[in-house]
Design a protein around this ligand. Structure first.
Ligand code: BTN
Length: 252
């Protein structure tokens, strides 16, 4: 705990060797009135969850898989803002702990040299008009070697160590740095709102200011990524000047 310089985030910490998913654990704890800032972390997840119902590979000894409970007094439709906040915090937390220079790929993949090194999954417990708890799950690939990833992922996934000439990091240091950054941005969010987080997100995002292709189950849209809205919706400008809004997709 000596490494953790936060007021609340991660000060209440449940660490488990093995869980099904830290998201499930955090949901349960949130239901039992655990306070904001409570973290559940694990070395191994038997069934790690990714975005869009995908599995999240959680090999023991390599990464850090954790979920944090937040309780902002907001309407449910604003919860996605916290995903973007988390993306900014993970990016800055990694760079201050390691000196590496990650960037964000919309909506919330964290990349190093074009490969994914961290992912974020946000879920919530909510009444119709008020959020009860937001559970932010963060998966950090820290000390993986290439062979820790299955062959089909090796061209797409990386770890902090792989981008650091193979030299490993202390997982607790990286996590502490991410939690510190997250707590600072969360305080900004509660006092000033979302605007400065959105600006910082756009600065850190590789997606913005380039031509991209957004592929979803129902369609594929190509265009120039102009920016994001208050809700994190991606705005793609078409050749005829119209703006297409992308709510959920994968970006090529
Ligand atoms: C994604 O990029 O698809 C999101 C990945 C989120 C993974 C983390 S690991 C900790 C938490 N527990 C889970 O089961 N998923 C999230």
């Amino acid at each position: 705990k000596a490494r953790l310089h936060t007021n609340t985030f991660g000060q209440r910490l449940f660490y488990k060797e093995e869980v099904t998913s830290t998201q499930e654990e955090a949901h349960e704890l949130a239901g039992k009135h655990e306070p904001e800032g409570t973290v559940v972390a694990a070395d191994k997840q038997v069934k790690g969850k990714g975005r869009l119902d995908r599995p999240w590979l959680s090999t023991p000894g390599t990464g850090l898989w954790f979920s944090i409970i937040l309780r902002p007094d907001i309407r449910p439709q604003y919860a996605p803002q916290l995903t973007l906040l988390a993306a900014v915090a993970v990016t800055e937390g990694i760079s201050s702990a390691t000196g590496l220079d990650p960037c964000i790929k919309w909506p919330n993949d964290i990349l190093l040299n074009g490969k994914k090194t961290a992912g974020i999954l946000t879920e919530m417990q909510s009444d119709p008009d008020r959020v009860q708890a937001v559970i932010i799950g963060i998966g950090l690939n820290i000390n993986h070697e290439t062979d820790d990833f299955p062959p089909d992922l090796q061209s797409k996934a990386t770890s902090l160590a792989l981008e650091n000439n193979g030299a490993a990091f202390h997982r607790a240091d990286i996590t502490a740095s991410v939690l510190k950054s997250m707590e600072q941005w969360y305080e900004t969010y509660l006092t000033e709102g979302f605007a400065s987080i959105r600006r910082r997100w756009e600065e850190l995002a590789v997606t913005i200011g380039t031509r991209v292709r957004a592929v979803s189950r129902s369609k594929t849209v190509e265009g120039y990524a102009e920016g994001i809205t208050e809700d994190g919706v991606l705005l793609l400008k078409q050749s005829d000047g119209t703006i297409e809004k992308i709510y959920s997709a994968d970006i090529d």
